[in-house]
Design a protein. Sequence first.
Length: 309
Amino acid sequence: MRSEKLLLFLLPFIFSTITSCSSDSEDSPTNPVPEKPEVINPTNQKLVSILYPKSMDIGYSRDPQTYEYDDLKRVNKISFTGWVYGVNYVNENLIEIDMLDDPIAGFKQNSKRSLHLQNGNITLMVNSSFDIVESTKEVRSSSKDSVLFKYTNNYLSRLEYYGSTNNGKNYRLNRQVDYKIENGNVTQMKETGYSGEVVEVNYTYDNSPYINMGDMIYETPFFYAFNYGMDIVVKDRIGKKSTNNVIKIDNIYKNYLPQPTAFNSITLKRNLDEFGRLAEILMSGTTITEVNSTNFKKFTDVKMSFIYK
C-alpha cells in the first residue's frame, strides 16, 4: 500500500517532467544545416599576388607584388611597397607603364616605360624618368635608357642595354646578355658589362613540359631578360618559352660580383595546387661573397608563392 501511495504522490511530478522535456524539445531550434564549402572555379580566378623568396641567406630579394586587372583580364595596376604602376595597352604594338605613386618624401618621381612590340614580342623598351622636388617644383635626376630585344627562330637570343647621359641624345652600350638555345631550352646565359665584367649562367632542365610562370624566379633566363619588377606584363611577350623547366642553375663570375652576396648554385622545386596551377617554387643552393671563392653559404627551401583569387 505504501508503494502505491508513493507512486500516486509522484505521478504529478513525473507528468510535469515529461511535459517539460517534450516542450523543450518542441521549442528548441532545429540543428542548422551545415554550409556547403565554397566552390572555386579556377578559370574565374586571377593571379593577384606574388611573394618572392626572402631570406637573410640569399643574395637579394624583391618585395611582394599585387596585381589588378581590367575588363579584358589584363593586368592594369602593379603595386609593391608604396610603388604603384599603371599599365596602359595603347595598341597591339605599344604598352606603356607609368608610375602612379611612390613612397619617397620630398620628391615626386615620374617614370614611364614604353614597350614596343612586333608580332606580339617586345623589340624595344624605352625608360624615361625624372624627379621633381615638391617644395620648389625643380626637375632633378632625369635619365633615359633603352633595351633592344633580339630574337632567333622566335627565341629571345640577345638583349642590349643602352644608357644615355644627355637625356636620350646619345646612347652607349652598357651591357649585353646573350642566350644559347639547345633543344628548345636556354642552356646558357652570358652577361657582359661595359668594363669587361662577365656573368655566365648554365642551366639544367627536367624532362617535363614547361610550367607556366615556373621561370619567374631569380637567376633564370627570364629573370635576366626583364628584372624590372614588371615580369607579369612581359612574361608572354618575349618569344617562345623553354620546352622544359629549369631545375639547376650554376653561376660563374669573372672580374666582379653583381651583388655583395651572389648566388653560386641553385636548385629549384615547383609545387602545384589542386587545380594544377603553380603554387610555389622552392629554392635551395649556395651563395658567395668573393669571385672564385670556395667559401659557400647554404640556403634551403626558400619559398616563392603565387596567390590566386
